[in-house]
Design a protein around this ligand. Structure first.
Ligand code: 2P0
Length: 324
């Protein structure tokens, strides 16, 4: 009863920002992402009827506390689905360097769901696997697929219609992403807390939700046509709208630091100089820059030169779940 799966992280071009139900992770809006080749998690799950509790090793170290509880709680969902009361040993290796500024929860829960479901003998199709993965971490449900994926928020209270679907496969378009890592302290507001506070108190949240359906429709037509300017403009504006909601929250907060603004400005300057590039930012200070392969060298050099930039990690589109 052992299986190993690999999952890549993803970057949202239309952000998931807001939950309508926290316990089973149901979002307030659809979101759309690109799975990234450069950052992934490999997880092995072994169920054994002789085990008396779950155990979880991350990069070779035994994990306890809240991260352990999240993994063990997620294994409960897998056990419930399979109707089997059996504990597991989980070993994960993260190729998502914390320094790259990506949350490892997307690749982590996607790999855990895939390996766990297979190890316990569940035969899930992609939608079922995405629906299960969603309950570990929302953004993870998009990492089941390679290339571009959309998480449909659904409307049912039980979450049965809330899962991701593929939009375009990895071969469709070689859109690149540079992860710009900034010299910053740990973020003070987790994405979970940030989302909750914004949903509950920001007067701008309604405006954010109103703008999603047009952004989604337009970006999907841009992706289909491989129209970089269209996709980049929509992704950048969508990110700015998400971050604007945080300024209206009570108490207000922002994920940006001074260097975040400097990188945003550099991206605008690149565009003014005829090099197409657009930025997007998640629940932290680091900036991700969208670009095309032919501009990789210039983009990389220009971003690396910014004072306060620690590292620039480049990535191509990545594949969905695989089993090893
Ligand atoms: C996203 N983020 O779409 C958005 C954009 C952050 C900003 O998904 O609470 O770790 O586990 O469902 O998925 C980060 O939130 O949150 C996130 P939970 P998750 O990628």
């Amino acid at each position: 009863m052992k299986a190993t799966a690999k999952a890549h992280t993803n970057i949202a071009l239309i952000k998931y920002w807001g939950k309508r139900e926290e316990s089973i992770i149901l979002p307030t809006n659809n979101s759309l992402s690109l799975t990234l080749d450069g950052f992934y998690t490999t997880t092995s799950v072994k169920f054994n009827k002789d085990f008396t509790e779950d155990e979880f090793f991350l990069d070779g170290k035994k994990v306890t506390g809240v991260p352990y509880d999240r993994v063990s709680g997620f294994l409960d969902l897998i056990r419930d689905l399979a109707g089997k009361k059996v504990y597991a040993s989980v070993e994960s290796v993260n190729e998502v360097p914390t320094a790259a500024g990506f949350a490892s929860s997307a690749s982590g829960f996607a790999a855990l769901a895939a390996a766990g479901a297979k190890a316990i003998g569940l035969e899930l199709n992609d939608q079922e696997l995405s629906r299960l993965t969603r309950q570990g971490s929302g953004s993870a449900c998009r990492s089941i697929y390679g290339g571009f994926a959309e998480w449909r928020m659904g409307f049912m209270e039980d979450g049965s219609d809330s899962y991701a679907v593929p939009v375009a496969p990895v071969e469709h378009w070689d859109l690149r992403v540079a992860a710009v890592v900034l010299d910053a302290k740990m973020k003070k507001v987790s994405s979970r807390d940030g989302m909750r506070r914004t949903v509950e108190s920001s007067p701008f949240f309604a405006g954010w939700l109103d703008s999603i359906s047009v952004d989604l429709r337009e970006i999907k037509s841009g992706i289909e046509a491989r129209d970089f300017e269209k996709v980049g403009k929509i992704a950048e504006a969508n990110c700015l709208k998400m971050h604007a909601t945080t300024l209206g929250a009570k108490p207000p907060f922002t994920y940006w630091i001074d260097t975040t603004l400097t990188v945003m400005q550099r991206v605008r300057e690149l565009r003014e100089n005829g090099i197409p590039a657009y930025f997007t930012i998640d629940a932290g200070p680091n900036v991700k820059v969208l670009y095309l392969p032919e501009n990789e060298k210039q983009i990389h050099e220009s971003l690396q030169r910014i004072p306060g930039v620690l590292d620039v990690r480049l990535s191509k589109p990545g594949h969905g779940i695989s089993y090893l």
